[in-house]
Ligand binder design. Structure first.
Ligand code: ZN
Length: 79
């Protein structure tokens, strides 16, 4: 498994997605996917850390990303 930690990188596609708009995901596994310029020119699975430090971790899977778009419901603040 290859892991890459991308400090300060945001997926190129995130600049195209409007806030509250649909986000890309893998329809095979449900994981987040993005295109990270400077890492690879194609779609990659990635996950972010628990903090909001802008860290994205690209990881390998046993399948190529199957791209779909979904709306993520807004987080409901805890009371
Ligand atoms: Zn997948």
């Amino acid at each position: 498994m290859t892991l890459a930690f991308l400090t300060g990188y945001r997926s190129a596609i995130s600049g195209l997605a409007a806030a509250g708009g649909p986000e890309p995901h893998c329809t095979s596994c449900g994981g987040a996917v993005g295109i990270f310029l400077g890492h690879a020119p194609d779609w990659q699975h990635f996950r972010t850390g628990a903090g909001d430090g802008g860290l994205a971790e690209v990881y390998d899977t046993d399948h190529a990303p199957a791209i779909g778009w979904r709306y993520v419901p807004p987080a409901i603040p805890a009371r």
